[in-house]
Design a protein. Structure first.
Length: 218
């Protein structure tokens, strides 16, 4: 049930489950030593069908990720969250940890997987692949796991529990000067908010709503 932080195995909160590369034979994906302070958590969706395929693909491409969140809400840890820089988030690599959520978010992919999926209409943040409109929803287990682990990670890693790209909308799809590798302010972001992908925004929106609900009830 542990992830790796500064060489130590740390249990996740609320009985969330995780395997890791120190004790559970998970691959320790490509990385280099971190030299800059952590400032960001980047949420990805892999447009793939399973955690095992995601690990194999990243390994073959020489890429990396810190955490993978499977469809059943279980994490796997593939890099030290503080010590390791992984290739996952473009200009935010040196200052971020990445969470890859296993979700075949393109309907074209979602319609051929072996498990049932729910598809919603396209939104302003949805990338259209040909005539393939819509978005495959993550699972409830994944959403609930992120709601628990994101605030905890922010506290453990001294990352601001903030959403610096909350203002993006159908008029402004990405941060300004993103094509020139501009960086969002510290906090929690979706990969698509500052790069030419479409992943992570739905999950970020759910986290923003959950944060607002928590503050309203404080």
């Amino acid at each position: 049930m542990s992830i790796v932080i500064q060489g130590k195995e740390i249990d996740l909160p609320n009985d969330l489950q995780s395997t890791n590369y120190l004790s559970d034979h998970e691959p320790h994906l490509k990385n280099r030593s971190r030299k800059k302070q952590l400032q960001h958590i980047v949420i990805h969706e892999n447009a793939g069908v399973s955690a095992s395929r995601c690990k194999d693909t990243l390994d073959k491409k020489g890429l990396g990720i810190h955490l993978i969140l499977a469809r059943n809400g279980k994490f796997s840890c593939h890099a030290d969250l503080i010590n390791d820089v992984c290739w996952h988030g473009n200009q935010l690599n040196p200052t971020s940890i990445g969470i890859e959520v296993i979700n075949p978010y393109y309907p074209k992919i979602g319609r051929v997987v072996s498990y049932p999926v729910d598809i919603i209409p396209s939104k302003w943040w949805t990338h259209i692949l040909g005539n393939n409109k819509g978005y495959v929803l993550p699972t409830t287990e994944q959403i609930e796991a992120l709601k628990i682990v994101i605030p905890w990670l922010c506290s453990e890693l001294n990352i601001p529990y903030a959403f610096p790209t909350w203002y993006l909308n159908k008029t402004q799809h990405r941060i300004k000067r993103w094509m020139l590798r501009a960086k969002p302010e510290p906090g929690i972001v979706a990969h698509r908010d500052y790069w030419s992908h479409s992943d992570g925004r739905y999950l970020l929106e759910r986290l923003i709503l959950d944060s607002a609900f928590r503050h309203y009830n404080d």
